[in-house]
Design a binder for this molecule. Structure first.
Ligand code: SF4
Ligand code: SF4
Length: 181
């Protein structure tokens, strides 16, 4: 480790479940903001935030779309607690090939929350702006992260070979090539 660090801006939206009233304004705002052209249509099915019902605790939970999983999750358990059914998928934020919660309805492409990145930048993401009861709270903080050195083409190729075949094998091959040359 060379000890070099760089600062990264981390954006977060915290959810206060006690405040959410299930109005779904966040879904409307997100889908409008991401329509092409902007605000030309509203379709919550295209929203990167969806309000689902937590059947166990009988509360509404706004969930944002996370990363896309290329393979189907094997979790299919469901539990019945106090007479209510709980599905494993309920709180998963992944845009999943087995479930269409976070998929663009026409194309089937996965949707992902981009924190409403725009130029010029918004003061707060759209879903936070329209949530009048303060159930969504936006925050930013800077984190120090270790800076990964930028690799040149040659280094990158060598690193890939070493990861695939091991250092010894790569060095042997280079030595043999050098002898031939
Ligand atoms: S806008 Fe706020 S209160 Fe309304 S559903 Fe979304 S998170 Fe809940
Ligand atoms: S931050 Fe923006 S993209 Fe993400 S869910 Fe909220 S409105 Fe949608």
């Amino acid at each position: 480790m060379n000890g070099r660090t760089k600062k990264k801006l981390v954006k977060e939206i915290k959810v206060n479940l006690d405040k959410c009233i299930g109005c779904r304004a966040c879904e409307v705002a997100c889908s409008g903001f991401h329509a092409t052209p902007k605000y030309s249509s509203i379709n919550p099915a295209r929203s990167r935030i969806r309000v689902v019902t937590d059947l166990v605790n009988d509360v509404l939970v706004p969930i944002r779309a996370g990363d896309y999983a290329s393979s189907e999750c094997t979790g299919r358990q469901s539990f019945t607690i106090d007479g209510k059914e709980y599905s494993e998928c309920t709180f998963c934020t992944v845009s999943c090939p087995a479930r269409d919660l976070f998929r663009e309805p026409d194309s089937g492409l996965p949707l992902k929350c981009d924190m409403c990145e725009d130029v010029p930048a918004l003061a707060e993401p759209m879903c936070v702006q329209v949530c009048r009861v303060g159930a969504l709270v936006y925050s930013e903080r800077e984190e120090e992260r270790e800076a990964k050195p930028k690799l040149g083409q040659m280094e990158f190729a060598l690193q890939t070979l070493v990861e695939k075949h091991g250092l010894e094998s790569v060095l042997d091959t280079v030595a043999r090539m050098a002898k031939k040359g």
